[in-house]
Write a protein of this length. Structure first.
Lengths: 278, 235, 357
């Protein structure tokens, strides 16, 4: 028994470590593993967490109209991009940030690309917060102990939020209060629960929650244009259903749903060439 | 030595190392007294409702860590039952602080510690305490001078296991302590953060190596302690 | 004022019931009975580890337990030293630390037993720096005895102290126990199922069977009663003779019993004294006449003092200066007209004797 113990302990430690590192890869391998026998009547969609409700509704409409099932995986754009890079079998990728689409394009994984809709950043507080934040500078107050953002290094919502705060000259002072949530939906939850006194999320996220209130909207000029590139991934190029869905996303019906959920619809024509917009 | 060390790791990696070590040590140390008490209780005393205590202790073992973190957040958040008391009476906010990281590590590693300690006490003859008491030792005295020293091997093993588990804790930590650079970004969180950046997977090897090094150090320490222990006993 | 006054009634989970009451003011009292009779529970109650449903325990002038008055003194305050069957020495402490364990916990005025003297009497001075794990069985039991003594107890409790030792060791440790009794005269209560131990050590015996007291008295009296001892389970009396002197005659060891001599089965003198010889009643042949021309070396003359007829055998107690029990068939007893007061000769083969020291 004494001889076995170090072995067992080491095993436990390895499992613990693999837990950390493998968290992003699990769904990737699951996806890659279950590839055999994929029918063309199905679309595999990877989409940024902040587009969940809008795309779910669009997927339902699509299914009603075309009879094709859309299987969606919603997570932070960074995680999804890395999964695609590692061979997850996605057909269509909707990113919350041009960077991740650029990244995949750099790897030659992009078949087609278009920008269909956009978003705005808002500062939110718990719905029953006593004090209100009138201007971005109020975030510096002592009573705002924590500011929840999507990860400013990786999640698009976080990257934009950091950009905005830098443009306002507030980033350096605020960075020690920043709670980097795994994705923007978590950031929203933290504010809903009152764990964080304030947060910066997309207007669309704030809209779906009844337990937060929008304190103020951050001016669009503070950041790069917040656009959601829609990508037809190379591995979905042969999939007729995927092509169909890709086109559907820039249809009038889809635009209606986007607006309804609080997104801004871009006037970009259908089927843009696969070069990133400035 | 200092200059060399600085070159080995970046500042944010140093911070992660410092945080991880502090959190894991504090978590293991803080759970030790309770771990010993509960381990002893479960090993020796039969009482009604014992099954309930066992279930509660083992729960974090089977619960996904993220769920455990979520429950802790609900409980200790400013609107939760315990968190609101802490906020109103003491003005203390525990979530999103390094204390919350300690809490998360404590909760997930507690069942492992109790398990090891309980086994240790089960292997100590309860009649030895009887002998001690017949010689004039109080209940507590007999526990500290006889049972605890004899169980020390298992207690230490439990401590080390808890320490190692605390080092690797991610899911619960990110939920209740958040990922705040410089304050709660422990090594696992730092690895996750670095890996989430574009091309970041290749950057985190130093932190991964550090994790493994710490785990090996914990193992080595436990082996050394065990060997020292057995030199003192002649069985 | 008795040294130990004990009364206890308790029903165990398995259904076993204990209903025992006795008093003793003798220095060494034995609690005797077959396994499972409840003897250990008596010690546990006296020591304070068993809390009976109803009972009273008084040691000298101090009440330790009185369920009627809800009085319960915890074990650590009872000043009772215990020697267990499995020594129960602390394996993580040296012999010296074990011995000093009780010493530390005692109040000053009870330290009447000198530490060094204990080492001398039990001959354990050379073992002080060793660990229990490296000691032999006999050494461990001596250290256990020493540990109970150094705690300066008002009462010494021993639970089958010799049971886990082999025959040769038993005799040697028994000698140490006698030394301890002689040296300090601490009131002692010891539990055993071996008659030889009772006869050697005890001044008084309480016989227990099935959770009840069936006899009390001096060893000779109490152990002479057939019923309670379950002689029907062939646990009959054991003969134990104490020899005053052992001499060497014609190359043979001879023991002196009053004016009679006993041939011993060895050719050299036993090194220890006093010398005891043990033998079974079944090895004793009785004769109404003087006998010659038989191979049995020993012929002891005496007078029958008691007859105990059982189903298959008759036990005859013969007084030859000490009591010797013989087991004969009922027919033989009738044929020889054995009756109390008759003079008989006990024939005993030298090789039936076992010398125990």
């Amino acid at each position: 028994m004494a001889k076995n113990r170090p072995g067992i302990r080491f095993l436990l430690l390895l499992l613990g470590i693999s837990n950390i590192v493998g968290c992003g890869h699990r769904s990737a391998s699951r996806q890659a593993g279950g590839e055999g026998g994929r029918s063309d009547r199905k679309v595999v969609l990877f989409a940024a967490a902040s587009t969940t409700s809008a795309l779910e509704e669009i997927s339902r409409r699509f299914r009603r109209e075309h009879g094709i099932v859309v299987e969606a995986n919603y997570a932070s754009s960074s995680t999804l991009a890395q999964q695609i890079e590692n061979g997850a079998g996605a057909d269509v990728f909707v990113s919350a940030n041009e960077n991740w689409a650029d990244y995949l394009e750099g790897m030659g994984l992009v078949e087609k690309r278009q920008s269909v809709f956009g978003n705005r950043l808002v500062v939110i507080q718990p719905a029953d917060a006593a004090e209100n934040i009138g201007r971005p500078q109020d975030l510096l107050a002592d009573w705002v102990k924590h500011l929840a953002l999507g990860d400013p290094e990786a999640a698009p919502a976080g990257i934009y939020a950091k950009q905005a705060l830098e443009a306002l000259g507030l980033w350096e002072q605020l960075r020690r209060k920043v709670v980097a949530a795994p994705d923007v939906r978590h950031a929203l939850s933290f504010v809903e629960m009152g764990a964080a006194e304030a947060g910066i999320v997309y207007a669309t996220d704030a809209a779906i929650s009844g337990r937060v209130k929008v304190a103020l909207e951050l001016a669009p000029e503070l950041t790069d244009a917040i656009r959601y590139p829609v990508v037809l991934v190379k591995s979905g190029a042969e999939n007729q259903a995927a092509e169909s869905f890709y086109q559907y996303l820039s249809s009038a019906g889809a635009a209606e749903v986007f607006r309804k959920h609080g997104f801004t619809v871009l006037a970009a024509p259908r089927g843009c060439p696969a070069t990133p917009l400035p | 030595m200092n200059l060399l060390a600085i070159e080995l790791l970046s500042p944010e990696e140093w911070t992660a190392l410092r945080l991880s070590s502090t959190v894991a040590t504090c978590a293991a140390a803080a759970s030790l007294p309770l771990g010993i008490a509960i381990g002893y209780l479960l090993a020796r005393v039969a009482f009604r409702g014992r099954w309930l205590l066992e279930a509660m202790v083992n729960l974090p073992l089977v619960l996904p860590p993220v769920v455990a973190g979520y429950l802790l957040l609900i409980c200790f958040g400013p609107r939760g039952p315990i968190g609101s008391v802490l906020a109103d009476w003491f003005g203390v906010k525990i979530v999103f602080s390094w204390l919350a990281a300690v809490l998360a590590a404590m909760v997930v590693s507690f069942p492992l510690m109790v398990r090891a300690i309980r086994v240790a006490f089960q292997s100590v003859d309860p009649r030895l305490e009887m002998a001690a008491r017949s010689l004039g030792a109080s209940r507590l005295g007999a526990f500290f001078t006889v049972s605890l020293p004899l169980a020390s091997r298992g207690v230490i093993a439990g401590w080390i296991l808890a320490f190692a588990r605390g080092l690797g804790e991610f899911g619960a930590t990110i939920m209740v302590a958040g990922n705040i650079e410089g304050q709660t970004r422990t090594i696992p969180l730092a690895i996750f953060t670095v890996a989430s950046r574009p091309g970041g997977m290749n950057q985190c090897w130093r932190l991964v190596g550090l994790s493994i090094l710490l785990a090996c150090a914990a193992l080595a320490a436990s082996e050394w302690l065990e060997r020292r222990q057995s030199r003192h006993e002649s069985r | 004022m008795s040294l130990v006054s004990f009364q206890c009634r308790h029903r165990f989970a398995g259904g076993f019931e204990l209903d025992i009451a006795f008093q003793t003011d003798h220095t060494v009292t034995s609690i005797f009975g077959p396994s499972g009779s409840g003897k250990t529970s008596v010690l546990s109650t006296i020591a304070g580890f068993l809390r009976p449903q109803s009972g009273r325990v008084q040691l000298a002038d101090q009440a330790m337990l009185d369920t009627a008055r809800r009085l319960f003194v915890p074990p650590e305050r009872r000043q009772v030293g215990m020697v267990f069957q499995d020594h129960l020495l602390f394996p993580h402490l040296t012999v010296e630390a074990n011995l000093r364990y009780g010493w530390r916990h005692r109040r000053r005025r009870h330290r009447s037993i000198e530490f060094r003297r204990v080492l001398e009497v039990l001959e354990i001075g050379g073992l002080l720096q060793r660990y229990p794990g490296s000691l032999s069985g006999g050494e461990r039991q001596r250290v256990a005895l020493g540990r109970a003594l150094t705690s300066g107890p008002g009462l010494l409790l021993m639970d089958e102290p010799l049971a886990s030792l082999d025959a040769a060791l038993k005799a040697r440790i028994l000698a140490y126990l006698e030394r301890v009794v002689d040296e300090w005269r601490i009131p002692t209560l010891f539990v055993t199922h071996a008659q030889a131990e009772v006869r050697r050590l005890a001044n008084w015996v309480v016989v227990i069977e099935n959770g009840r007291v069936v006899a009390t008295g001096t060893p000779d009296d109490a152990l002479s009663q057939p019923e309670p001892l379950g002689w029907k389970n062939s646990m009959g009396p054991v003969n134990l003779l104490r020899l005053e002197r052992v001499e060497l005659r014609d190359g043979h060891a001879m023991g002196r019993l009053g004016d009679q001599l006993l041939y011993l089965p060895q050719r050299d003198l036993p090194s220890h004294s006093p010398v005891f010889v043990q033998f079974s009643p079944i090895d004793v042949t009785l004769s109404r006449q003087d006998v010659t021309g038989v191979s049995a070396r020993n012929r002891l003359r005496g007078r029958i003092c008691q007859l105990v007829p059982l189903d298959q055998a008759v036990f005859v107690a013969v007084d030859i200066g000490q009591i010797v029990w013989a087991e004969v068939t009922p027919e033989a007893a009738a044929e020889l007209s054995l009756a109390p007061g008759s003079d008989v000769t006990c024939l005993l083969k030298a090789h039936s004797l076992r010398v125990v020291t």
